[in-house]
Write a protein that binds this ligand. Structure first.
Ligand code: SF4
Ligand code: SF4
Length: 339
């Protein structure tokens, strides 16, 4: 039986906090979006992490938090931050990791402290994954997943699709089932951070995949994983002609926080000083002047404004000059429940 994907509508009632507590990382992935000149190079001290978590905990609806880096397990006080978020009543708590699991994190947390540990893997084989993430990263990540599962943690996996690894996506469902992964996130590589600095044609350059490639492969693999009991989430990317366009910056409640205090509502803006909010003295304030919030208001035939500005290569035009399709907000997701 085919499972129907569900489009996850934006909601102001769900607050999502994407908290980069540091930008340092032990890996040097070719598609890394971290940009220390825009995001800071510092590691937040635990008092600041707590103060910033407290700000979002005051919202009417309990927020979700995803701890990110760099590699967040490089922060020795991550377990304390996780437990504090739990005490504050955060609805869900996730740690995104490259799998190296520093500072004995699996033994300093209990499975009840965190809803998911989410591992990043970008190939079904060491050959493809390690060509993107570095030698040895595949095996370390698989070992980390197995340890987490055996200690009773719920695990998810993020696969960032690009021209370099689309061909291995179809091998992922079997690998995920074998590893005991419960949720699978398929993402599209962004032309920001490192990929924005390296032309796709240069050695090490990364391409986004074409609409045809995406639509031919991703929904099919998502179906296969769901049939094996794994819940799958992937971005919509292209809108059907009859579908309404919505910008999450206008109609959702997302915060992408960086160690230098910048807070963005749109991840595509993160390479630029366009953040609409900033932490100053541990208070979250709006930034003056032109910022991302001014861009969210623009209606253009191509759909997402920031996509049109920073990754126009993924739009095609008809002979009359109109776009062949509209690009959805990068935060609009399709979800297929497993089980
Ligand atoms: S593991 Fe994440 S933060 Fe580290 S280099 Fe890779 S993409 Fe960047
Ligand atoms: S990705 Fe585009 S549509 Fe989504 S929040 Fe950013 S500007 Fe808005």
């Amino acid at each position: 039986m085919i499972k129907s994907p569900r489009t996850v509508a934006f909601s102001k009632n769900a607050t999502n906090v994407f908290f980069h507590i540091l930008t340092a990382c032990n890996l040097r992935c070719r598609h890394c979006y971290i940009n220390p000149s825009q995001h800071g190079a510092e590691s937040l001290d635990i008092h600041t992490i707590i103060a910033w978590l407290n700000v979002f905990a005051q919202k009417d609806n309990p927020p979700d938090v995803i701890f990110l880096g760099g590699e967040p397990t490089l922060h020795p006080e991550l377990p304390f931050a996780v437990k504090h978020a739990r005490e504050l009543g955060y609805q869900s708590i996730t740690i995104d990791t490259n799998g190296y699991l520093f500072h004995d994190i699996l033994h300093r947390l209990n499975p009840d402290d965190v809803d998911f540990i989410s591992f990043s893997l970008d190939g079904a084989t060491a050959g493809v994954n390690d060509s993107l993430r570095g030698d040895g990263a595949y095996q370390v990540c698989l070992n980390g997943i197995r340890q987490a599962v055996s200690r009773g943690f719920h695990t998810s996996l993020i696969y960032t699709v690009s021209s370099a690894n689309l061909h291995e996506l179809e091998k992922m469902p079997e690998l995920l089932a074998d590893l005991g992964i419960r949720r699978f996130f398929i993402q599209v590589v962004g032309i920001r951070g490192k990929p924005a600095l390296t032309a796709a044609s240069e050695p090490g350059g990364i391409h986004q995949v074409s609409p045809e490639q995406w639509l031919r492969k991703v929904p099919e693999v998502a179906q296969k994983a769901a049939m094996m009991g794994i819940s799958v989430t992937y971005p919509r990317v292209f809108l059907r002609p009859d579908e309404p366009f919505a910008c999450a910056g206008r109609v959702a409640d997302n915060y992408f926080i960086f160690p230098n205090g910048r807070v963005y509502q749109c991840p595509l803006c993160e390479d630029y000083p366009l953040h609409s909010k900033i932490f100053e003295n541990n208070r979250l304030i709006s930034t003056p002047g032109i910022n991302e919030a001014d861009l969210f208001k623009l209606d253009i035939p191509e759909g997402c404004v920031m996509n049109r500005i920073i990754q126009p290569g993924n739009i095609r035009y008809l002979p009359d000059g109109s776009p062949a399709y509209r690009i959805a907000c990068c935060l609009l997701k399709e979800e297929i429940c497993g089980g």
